[in-house]
Design a protein around this ligand. Structure first.
Ligand SMILES: NC(=O)C1=CN([C@@H]2O[C@H](COP(=O)(O)OP(=O)(O)OC[C@H]3O[C@@H](n4cnc5c(N)ncnc54)[C@H](O)[C@@H]3O)[C@@H](O)[C@H]2O)C=CC1
Ligand SMILES: O=C(O)CCC(=O)C(=O)O
Length: 388
């Protein structure tokens, strides 16, 4: 029986993936697996029973990835599963920044009791007029799952789209419309574009990317959209730029006190992925990843260990999985121990990713507790599991 704990509400369709071999627990310390959305996990202590964490979403900056790796906890995310939800809200954000729909709706609410509302509206509406996005230049920073969808959708809306991503994956590059200009530097995006939207992960290298210097390079009246993470933008610099009128609108999905209420800021309560479809997609993908890892040891879409797949575990025989440091002679030590026990290896695979590695070994005989313990105490071994 496996126990799983949800740190945030997770769509039921995903939880339904867990069969009778699973039970939901309120006690996080008993959990074999945790499902999480945006809950902050950096200060959490992890029990030895915890084997995996699945982030039902893309961004994993709420999870201490290295600490988990050191404890032999595999962290997964669900790449692309909520990308369409975010794309649609980014398009809405561009439109809200261009047309004062919010101001207009507020005006109607304030005047709802006016018997001559329609006539009054015709007079008042010039205050809420805007511009169109067709023909304007959009810069997309980060051409991953979300950036590609935003860029392609904007082309269909008649925008002139520039994309910047020095690490773009082959998959993303294939999906990108051929009408998108390839910006070779991020400064090109800052200098050229009327709308700039950022879709990169929050990393040490990207934090504060949109700072005073970046804003300085931007066109007057630029619109900046941030549906990625608050820390990517220097909020102080953005507030100043809004106050000076350099930035016309800052649309952000991250409500922090420093920006909420600032004139020109459109602040959304982190709704990018809050659609039925995105929540379902993420929950289903996360639950499938967890099941495959717990039952077969397969790793798909991990963000701290290598992906590794040896198919479904045979009914007969045992599968040994070992999370370990990526250092020399680990495999030699594992196979030597199995040889000492006279065990035949029917299948084996090993993958590494930076400082960490993973080995899966199928054996035909019963793996004793004693052998498991001997494997566990090898220097550099982080977690051993025997799947029976
Ligand atoms: N508002 C919301 O509800 C949501 C926000 N997000 C945020 O959006 C981010 C992006 O999501 P996805 O597109 O799904 O991720 P992704 O991993 O598919 O794409 C990220 C892209 O950023 C690129 N990149 C990395 N560093 C860069 C740099 N310095 N300059 C330019 N490009 C760079 C990568 O090469 C990659 O192509 C997530 O990390 C998350 O923080 C994601 C989903 C929902
Ligand atoms: O789960 C959510 O609503 C947040 C989604 C998100 O920010 C992400 O997937 O990175």
């Amino acid at each position: 029986m496996y126990n799983y704990h949800c740190l945030n509400p997770i769509a039921q369709i995903g939880l339904d993936i867990f069969n009778e071999a699973y039970q939901k627990t309120d006690a996080v310390d008993n959990a074999d697996a945790i499902l999480v959305r945006s809950a902050a996990m950096h200060d959490m202590e992890f029990s030895t029973s915890l084997k995996a964490i699945a982030r039902a979403g893309a961004g994993v900056n709420n999870i201490p990835l290295d600490k988990c790796a050191e404890k032999g906890i595999v962290v997964f995310n669900t790449p692309g599963a909520n990308a369409n939800g975010v794309k649609e809200l980014v398009i809405a954000g561009m439109l809200l920044a261009s047309r004062d729909v919010i101001g207009g709706i507020d005006w109607v609410k304030e005047h709802e009791a006016d018997a001559d509302l329609a006539k009054a509206a015709e007079k008042a509406k010039k205050a809420f007029a805007g511009t169109e996005i067709q023909g304007k230049k959009l810069g997309v920073i980060g051409l991953g799952a979300i950036g590609v969808l935003v860029a392609n959708a904007a082309v269909h809306l008649g925008m002139d789209v520039y994309g910047y991503d020095p690490y773009v994956s082959v998959d993303s590059a294939w999906k990108l419309s051929r009408n998108i200009h390839h910006a070779k530097t991020v400064d090109e995006i800052y200098k050229e574009c009327d709308y700039i939207t950022i879709h990169v992960p929050a990393l040490d290298s990207t934090k504060g990317m949109i700072n005073r210097d970046a804003i300085q390079l931007m066109k007057e009246n630029v619109v900046v959209l941030n549906f990625a993470r608050d820390v990517l933008v220097d909020t102080g610099a953005m507030v100043e730029a809004l106050e000076e009128g350099k930035v016309r609108r800052y649309v952000t999905d991250f409500p922090i006190p420093e920006i909420a209420g600032v004139k020109g800021a459109i602040v959304i309560p982190h709704l990018g992925a809050s659609t039925e479809e995105s929540e379902d997609n993420c929950a289903v993908m996360a639950a499938k990843e967890l099941r495959d890892y717990l039952e077969n040891g397969n790793i798909t879409h991990s963000v701290n260990y290598p992906d590794c797949n040896m198919g479904t575990k045979e009914e007969s025989g045992h599968r040994i999985t070992i999370l370990h440091k990526n250092i020399p002679n680990m495999l030699g030590q594992f196979t030597a121990l199995l040889a000492q026990e006279n065990m035949n290896i029917s299948q084996m695979t090993n993958k590494s990713r930076k400082e960490y590695a993973y080995v899966m070994i199928d054996v035909e005989a019963e793996v004793t507790q004693e052998l498991e313990e001997k494997l566990n105490v090898i220097e550099g071994v982080l977690k051993v599991r025997v799947i029976k």
